[in-house]
Each structure stands twice: as structure tokens, then as C-alpha cells.
Design a protein. Sequence first.
Length: 127
Amino acid sequence: MLSQASAETYYQSYAVVLAVLAAGVLLVGVAFLAARLIAPHRPLPAKLTTYECGIDPVGQGWSQSQVRYYIYGFLFVIFDVEAVFLFPWARIFERLGYQAVVEMGIFIGILAVGLLYAWRKGVLKWV
């Protein structure tokens, strides 16, 4: 059971976190309020048009894009994160023991299942 002094110290650490969070929210609120009060607001039709490198916009501003490109980016992030976790683990591999090998095998297995899913869905075919 926690003593009275250790409980107070424990809750004081949360008080610091809450104070920093409150200060951050207050700072953002003050910045938004100041921008709303100070910034001029004169919407003109010319300001509301789409800007394309100094050339008048052609067509509509809405265009459809392939979801495939987002999936490529997502797969890159997945395997980039794998590398971020795998290289430090490999540096201290000998000191970790058998349990760490099993855990890393599970981690790589989950990523392999994701890659297999993407391959089976045909995402990796560049068309």
C-alpha cells in the first residue's frame, strides 16, 4: 500500500502533466483567438479560386486519384517501421536470449502476413 507521502508525490507528477497540457491548450486557444481578431477577412472571388502556378485553373478542382498509390505508401511505411525495430534488435541479439527471438519471429510473421495479403490482392502489380 502507498504511504501518504509517496501517494502525494505520485499525484504531483500527474499534476505537472495536466498543467503542461492545460498550458498548451490555452496557448493554442489564445493563438486562434488572436488570429481571428487581428487577421483581415475580405473574401473575394479571385482569392477563392484554385491557384495553379500562376496560370488560370483549367477544369474543376476535383480529380480522382488511384488508391493504389496510397497503398504503396502504406506498405513502405510498414516495412520502414520493420527496419526501425529490426536493426536495433539485431545489434543486441546475443544478449536477448531465446524469448526475444520468438517475439521477433512473431513480429516478422505478422508483417509477412500483411505482405502476403497485399500480394494476393494484387496491390504489388504496377499497372
